[in-house]
Design a protein around this ligand. Structure first.
Ligand code: ADE
Length: 230
């Protein structure tokens, strides 16, 4: 998979994309991530990428020229399956959407900053708008990293244990059961006995029960939807 990220603040995209699972996936060539500095595409003599909103109002708006030029430049070289714009005024990301995005070969993510981006960018270039939750961040860079992390861990051969992504919370719609590791007794805090029984069927049933209980108490909204679907 190839992911192109367009940003006015490339410094924000370090760290998380260079380490741990995403960093290892990049080193192993499972994913190629390119970060494009929007300012390099600005024809303004001060490399400006924002301006005041028409009609007044607080905050600056990202101008169309650098984004249109950067996107055209990238599209001249390859076609993209999706051009994504992270924004709080969009449907909220969920595991189903992440699963389908992980099947793409090439995606582009345009990070907004400031008050917003010129609507013509959204109308003409963006094919998918995604919110990561009902709260407002200062830019699309953190949401972009969240999206990339969620996608990359699903790519074939990225997670060591092939089972582990399937066991994730949300993969079957329910939250996952609690997990424990050694020691079985930590300062008097004991793990559930069934996990040491060696009885795989009993363990499966226990995990299923816990997943149901947890979903019902922590995410009653999810629980109701899942029960209605059955
Ligand atoms: N940009 C700012 N806030 C955001 C959010 N909640 N989701 C996606 N992109 C955003």
């Amino acid at each position: 998979m190839r992911i192109d990220i367009i940003t006015a603040v490339p410094e924000l995209l370090g760290g998380p994309l260079d380490h741990s699972i995403v960093g290892r996936a990049r080193k192993a060539g499972k994913v190629v991530i390119h970060i494009h500095d929007l300012r390099k595409y600005s024809t303004d003599k001060h490399r400006k990428v924002d301006d005041y909103p028409f009609g007044g109002g607080a905050g600056l708006v990202m101008t169309p020229q650098p984004v249109f030029d950067c996107v055209s430049y990238l599209k001249e070289q390859r076609s993209y399956d999706a051009v994504i714009f992270p924004t709080p005024d969009a449907p909220v990301l969920n595991q189903k959407r992440v699963n389908s995005l992980s099947l793409h070969q090439k995606i582009m993510i345009i990070c907004g900053h400031y008050k917003g981006i010129d609507q013509r960018i959204r109308d003409e270039l963006v094919t998918l708008e995604i919110s990561i939750g009902d709260f407002v961040l200062s830019g699309g860079e953190l949401p972009a990293m969240i999206l990339v992390d969620a996608i990359v861990r699903l790519l074939p051969g990225v997670l060591g244990d092939a089972e582990s992504a399937l066991d994730d919370s949300f993969q079957d719609g329910f939250l996952s059961a609690p997990v424990y590791t050694r020691p079985a007794n930590f300062r008097g805090l004991k793990i559930p006995e069934v996990l040491r029984s060696g009885n795989h069927e009993q363990i499966r049933l226990w995990r299923e029960k816990k997943a149901l209980e947890l979903t019902k108490t922590k995410r009653p909204d999810l629980y109701r939807n899942l029960i209605h679907k059955k």
